[in-house]
Design a protein around this ligand. Structure first.
Ligand code: ADP
Ligand code: MG
Length: 252
């Protein structure tokens, strides 16, 4: 489906058309076409090195594409564009390695952008932060420092911090891959609840139980290409591409 202008993007949160990206002479993304509707939950999976992180990082311009089009929340993105702060305000991102500020308390991690970028008064920012810490079920940790928390708790702080900005879209890049098994569920539970609340989500994850339960659509990548996309019921039962079959075989 070709877009003529930005205004035709309708209720798409993200539209990629023939997106290409290179790291030096290595082409990491090959003509990726993807449209994500507002409210849709996408799980991206595929072998290591297939370009999953690069794909999601392009969406908030942590990486830039060289060819093709990328439209996020109705705005076309390009290298050197202005308004990155606005873009990132609307696109929350949660990484594998939490990326919390170690010298700030949990509460201050959450209020920082609200006070600095949004220019909210301290008490107002704290109110929003506490609301979101409640949402991820750790309000009692507000005055601790990240290192005093478990990995699962730190990741939930990272989610709360992103939610404080009231993002239109949330990107997750293997949010549970660095966690001990017993902490994975508490993070996935929070993500599931977010999905139930209607958040538009693009999640790179190999948690196939989560994918099955939460995703509207699974995107399978291999060597910088989307080689299969399907509803979870179809993808898990009857993957078409041999690489997807092989990948799922290894997951079991
Ligand atoms: P995935 O998240 O699926 O593991 P990535 O998007 O991280 O894949 O990486 C895709 C490919 O691009 C890999 O071959 C990786 O080595 C390469 N790559 C990733 N980041 C860089 C970079 N900053 N510079 C050069 N090559 C990179
Ligand atoms: Mg990755």
């Amino acid at each position: 489906m070709a877009l003529q202008t930005n205004s035709c993007s309708g209720n798409a949160a993200v539209t990629m058309e023939q997106l290409c990206k290179w790291y030096g002479s290595f082409q990491v993304l090959h003509n990726v076409d993807l449209s994500v509707a507002v409210g849709e939950r996408i799980v991206v999976c595929g072998p290591s090195g297939s370009g999953k992180s690069t794909l999601v990082r392009c969406i908030n311009q942590l990486e830039t594409h060289e060819k093709g089009r990328l439209i996020v929340n109705g705005v076309e993105l390009y290298k050197g564009m202005k308004g990155l702060a606005e873009l990132r305000r609307d696109v929350g991102m949660v990484f594998q390695q939490f990326n919390l500020f170690p010298h700030l308390t949990v509460l201050d991690n959450c209020t920082l952008a609200l006070v600095r970028a949004r220019k909210l008064a301290r008490d107002q920012a704290e109110e929003i932060a506490m609301e979101n810490l409640k949402k991820v079920r750790i309000p009692e940790q507000a005055h601790k420092f990240p290192t005093q928390l478990s990995g699962g708790q730190q990741q939930r702080v990272a989610i709360a911090r992103a939610l404080c900005m009231k993002p239109k879209l949330m990107l997750f890049d293997e949010p549970t891959s660095a966690l001990d098994p017993e902490m994975i569920k508490e993070v996935l539970d929070v993500m599931t609840e977010l999905a139930r609340d209607g958040m538009t989500m693009i999640c790179v994850t190999h948690e196939m139980g989560f994918a099955r339960e939460v995703a509207d659509r699974i995107i399978f990548m291999d060597s910088g290409r989307i080689i299969e996309q399907a509803a979870p019921s179809k993808f898990f039962k009857n993957p078409e591409h041999p690489r997807a079959q092989q990948f799922l075989g290894q997951m079991l």
